[in-house]
Design a protein around this ligand. Structure first.
Ligand code: ADP
Length: 301
């Protein structure tokens, strides 16, 4: 069992010839409503990897909130601890995609800003869980509370500090596994992480703050796994990237489930890389997250 605490957004994707200039009215090509948000994407990735998953978060009392909740249920995710805000709308990402492929995104956190941890409910949810998985798209004080509760209850914490913010000193030793991209790694440890060599050094610097394991993801170059045994670079398969939305979330879900199953750190990272490579070959957030059988059929890097 894996408990995911985090954001849920409705991604409204507008395909447009070009981004409109100030005062311009433009005819777009198409509109699509696609379930997203890092928290929900990671929960879906865990579920499609075969994990038993519960999601803690907050949506609005509106049609988008209902649709996001139903999307999780379709993936077999427990939504008993998913709240509905009576005052704020469901989180929304308005995404303009130009013919050139350039994205312009406006995020409205909405109900995600209303997440409030009920410690009794969280403790109950964490019973028998291998991991609490969380990110930074909900209020930081609530993330910190949840991490403290999980750590106190003996449940491992897998943190994806995205969008990146400083991590308070007392939190570091409560984190078991940290998953960061190159930008997040550099922001948190102050040294570059653009190459596998630099990522290894950055990972060691992050581990020194009290974390057992660090993964630095490097886009098309795969990821570096850093633990007490050292740093190993695992390459990604060469694939045609259509849309990298949810690549990191797909990676993280596959990693969490594999670690929960008792697979080795390196096996879990390799599974994450293969899952993410499938994700980026499909457009959109949640629709592009693969099932485990597809991941196992896919090519090894
Ligand atoms: P984020 O999307 O969070 O910034 P990355 O860009 O590092 O994170 O991508 C996460 C993972 O997705 C990478 O570790 C890699 O396994 C996979 N990935 C991303 N882009 C590509 C690509 N172009 N080719 C193959 N795999 C990719």
């Amino acid at each position: 069992r894996i408990v995911v605490l985090g954001s849920l957004n409705m991604d409204i994707v507008l395909r447009v010839p070009h981004a409109p200039a100030a005062g311009e009215t433009l005819l777009g090509h198409s509109i699509a409503h696609i379930p997203g948000g890092k928290g929900a994407n990671q929960a879906v990735s865990c579920a499609r990897e075969g994990g038993r998953v519960a999601m803690i978060g907050c949506v609005g009392a509106d049609a988008h909130g209902q649709a996001l909740r139903e999307a999780l249920v379709r993936d077999g995710i427990d939504t008993a601890a998913l709240h509905t805000s009576s005052s704020e709308p469901t989180g929304t990402a308005l995404i303009l995609v130009e013919d050139s492929g350039q994205n312009r995104i406006v995020m409205i956190p909405g109900a995600n800003a209303q997440v409030e941890i009920d410690e009794a409910v969280l403790r109950q949810q964490l019973q028998g869980a291998a991991f609490l998985v969380t990110q930074f798209e909900i209020p930081m004080d609530q993330v910190a509370r949840a991490i403290a509760v999980a750590h106190g209850a003996g449940c491992k914490v897998l943190l994806n500090p995205s969008p990146v913010q400083p991590i308070a000193e007392p939190l570091w030793p409560q984190i078991d596994t940290l998953v960061v991209n190159e930008i997040e790694a550099q922001a948190l440890c102050g040294q570059p992480a653009d190459s596998p060599q630099e990522a290894a050094l950055a990972g060691h610097a992050l581990r020194a703050k009290g974390i057992a394991r660090v993964v630095v993801t490097l886009g098309a170059r795969g990821a570096v796994a850093i633990d007490a045994d050292g740093a190993r670079h695992h390459p990604a398969p060469k694939v045609q990237a259509v849309d990298t939305t949810a690549a990191g979330d797909t990676f993280l879900g596959a990693l969490a489930v594999a670690l929960g199953e008792g697979q080795s750190f390196d096996e879990a990272v390799r599974l994450g890389i293969r899952a993410a490579a499938l994700c980026i070959q499909q457009p959109g957030a949640q629709p592009s997250i693969p099932q485990r059988d597809a991941v196992l059929r896919s090519a090894m890097p």
